[in-house]
Design a protein around this ligand. Sequence first.
Ligand code: IDP
Ligand code: MG
Length: 154
Amino acid sequence: MEKTLIILKPDCVQRGLCGIVLQRFEQRGFSICAMKMEKLSNAILGEHYSHLKAKPFFPSLVRFMSSSPVVLAVIEGKEAVEIVRRMCGATNAANAENGTIRGDLALSTQYNVIHASDSKESAEKEIKRFFRQEEIHSYKRALEGLTYSEDELS
Ligand code: IDP
Ligand code: MG
C-alpha cells in the first residue's frame, strides 16, 4: 500500500489544528501508520529543503520550521502521495482551493500548515529521513458494516 510523509508545521501545532488536519486523512480512509512530535534541527531541515537552498526565503523557512516542535506522520492508503498532496492544496494558501487543508485553514505562503511529499520518490526518501523502519506500523482499517467487494479493498 502506498505511503507518504506529512509534517504538521509549527503554525499548525501552535494554532491547535493538528487534530482536525489528521482527522481529514482518517475520514478520507487513510491510515496513520507512524507518528511522532519532534523539534527539527537545522541540519535535517537543510536536507529536507535542499531544493530551496538558493531561494531568498530559505533562511526564514528554516527558522520557522525549527521554531517549535512539529508532528511528523506517515499516511498510508490508495494513491496516498497524489491524493494527500491534493488534499493539502496550493503552496500559497491564499491561492489554495476552498475545501483543501491550506484553502480552509491558512492565507500565507510560508505558514501554510502542512508539508506533504510531492512524488513517490520523495515520499520514499522523506519517510526514511524521518522514521526508522520499526517506527512504521501496519494494521487494517475497520470496515465493519460496509458491503464491499474484494476489489474495493485494493
Ligand atoms: P510545497 O510545500 O507546496 O511542496 P515548496 O515549493 O516545496 O512547496 O516549498 C516548501 C515550503 O517553503 C512551502 O510549503 C512554504 O512553507 C515555503 N515557501 C515556498 N515558497 C515560498 C515563498 O515564496 N515565500 C516564503 N515561503 C515559501
Ligand atoms: Mg515541496
